[in-house]
Design a protein around this ligand. Structure first.
Ligand code: ADP
Ligand code: MG
Length: 240
C-alpha cells in the first residue's frame, strides 16, 4: 500500500526526512512514534501529498507520488486523514460535514450520502448529534465526527496524526475506542500517536522515528518489551 524508498525531504536547508525506507502492506496497522519534531507529521503528510518529497521514491496505492504528473485529486479520494485539530466546517451541521465530500467529490446523491453518513455516525457512537453544529459538541465528539467524515469516503487508507493530542484526558478513551474498532477490517491505517498502551494493543508494527530517521521498526510487543536501539530505549524510558 505504501512504499518509501530512500526518501529525503528538506524544508529549505533543513533536512527533515533522512533516507526513509518503509513498506506498509495493505490492511496493516502501523503506529509511528517518536519525539516531537522527529518528522512524524511530515512523513504522514507526504503519504497523501500534503507535502512533496525532495528525492527518492514514494508509491502509495500504486501511485508514484514522486511523479509530478499524477492526478492528486483522484489519488486522495482513497485516503482519509484525521488531524489533531478536527477541521470541521463550523457553519455546517455534523451530517452536512460528512455529506460534503461524497456528494462533491464522488458524485454520490444527497440521499445516499446522508444514509451513509448516518451509518458512520452510528459507528462512531454519535448518531444523535447529526443535526448539531460542531461547536455544540465536545472535543471527543468532534473528533469522532472527523473520523466518520473520513470513513464516509470509504477509503482504503486512513492516516491519523495525533488524533487525541488536543483532547481533554477524559475524552481520549472514546476516540481510541472508535479507532480500535476500525483496525484489522482490511483498511490500512497509519497512526501517529503518543498513546503507547493503544499503540501496543493495535499496531501490527511500530515505527520509531528520531531526528528525521526511522531508527527502529518492529512488531508492537517486540518493540515495547525489547527495544533494540538506544534512542528508542531512552524514548520509552522517558515515558515510563
Ligand atoms: P513531528 O510530527 O514528529 O513533531 P514534524 O514532521 O511536524 O515533526 O516536524 C519535523 C521538523 O520539521 C520540525 O523541526 C519542524 O519544525 C520542521 N517543519 C515542519 N513543517 C515545516 C515547514 N512547513 N517548514 C519548515 N519546517 C518545518
Ligand atoms: Mg506532528
Amino acid at each position: 500500500m505504501i512504499e518509501f524508498k530512500n526518501v529525503n525531504k528538506y524544508f529549505g536547508k533543513f533536512h527533515v526526512l533522512k533516507n526513509v525506507n518503509l513498506t506498509i502492506q495493505k490492511g496493516e496497522v502501523v503506529v509511528i512514534i517518536g519525539p516531537s519534531g522527529s518528522g512524524k507529521s511530515t512523513a504522514l503528510r507526504c503519504i497523501n501529498r500534503l507535502e512533496t518529497i525532495t528525492d527518492g521514491e514514494l508509491v502509495v496505492n500504486g501511485v508514484p507520488l514522486h511523479d509530478k504528473k499524477v492526478d492528486i485529486n483522484a489519488f486522495r479520494r482513497n485516503i482519509g486523514m484525521v488531524f489533531q485539530h478536527f477541521n470541521l466546517y463550523p457553519h455546517k451541521k455534523v451530517i452536512d460535514n460528512i455529506v460534503l465530500a461524497p456528494t462533491k467529490v464522488l458524485g454520490v446523491s444527497k440521499e445516499e450520502a446522508q444514509k451513509t453518513a448516518m451509518l458512520y455516525l452510528e459507528k462512531v457512537g454519535i448518531a444523535e448529534k447529526a443535526q448539531s453544529y460542531p461547536s455544540e459538541l465536545s472535543g471527543g465528539q468532534q473528533q469522532r465526527v472527523a473520523i466518520a467524515r473520513g470513513l464516509a469516503m470509504n477509503p482504503e487508507l486512513m492516516l491519523f496524526d495525533e488524533p487525541t493530542s488536543a483532547l481533554d484526558p477524559e475524552m481520549i478513551g472514546e476516540v481510541l475506542d472508535v479507532m480500535r474498532s476500525l483496525t484489522h477490517n482490511g483498511m490500512t491505517m497509519v497512526i501517529v500517536t503518543h498513546e503507547m498502551g493503544f499503540a501496543r494493543e493495535v499496531a501490527d508494527r511500530v515505527v520509531f522515528m528520531d531526528q528525521g530517521q526511522i531508527v527502529e521498526e518492529a512488531p508492537a510487543a517486540e518493540f515495547f518489551d525489547n527495544p533494540k536501539e538506544e534512542r528508542a530505549q531512552l524514548f520509552l524510558g522517558r515515558l515510563l
